[in-house]
Write a protein that binds this ligand. Structure first.
Ligand SMILES: [Zn+2]
Length: 97
């Protein structure tokens, strides 16, 4: 089924006016939250997630082993970050011990 073409318009003097161009949707930047945001947000704390090769960057941070045997330990904030890091390492290991 085809839509009927819009009737051409005439101006006050009876001249035919060019048919109006169909408006194109304008791409606008939206402030809406991005749905593809990472599940685990990057921790804003300085030193969190850095390799534990040197001194503890922040007092109270804990070392968490990486996923592989012999993987570097990293510093993480005690609590949430450390728990996430351990869980991530466990997942990457596939739960195998
Ligand atoms: Zn952290």
């Amino acid at each position: 089924m085809t839509a009927p073409a819009p009737a051409p318009a005439r101006d006050a003097e009876g001249k035919w006016l060019p048919r109006a161009e169909p408006k194109k949707p304008v791409a606008r930047k939206k402030a809406a939250p991005v749905p593809s945001a990472p599940v685990v947000e990057q921790c804003p704390v300085d030193g969190c997630g850095t390799p534990a090769t040197g001194r503890r960057p922040v007092p109270g941070m804990v070392r968490v082993r990486g996923s592989k045997d012999g993987a570097l330990e990293h510093w993480y904030c005690p609590g949430r970050c450390a728990a996430i890091a351990r869980a991530t390492a466990d997942l990457r290991r596939g739960g195998a011990r």
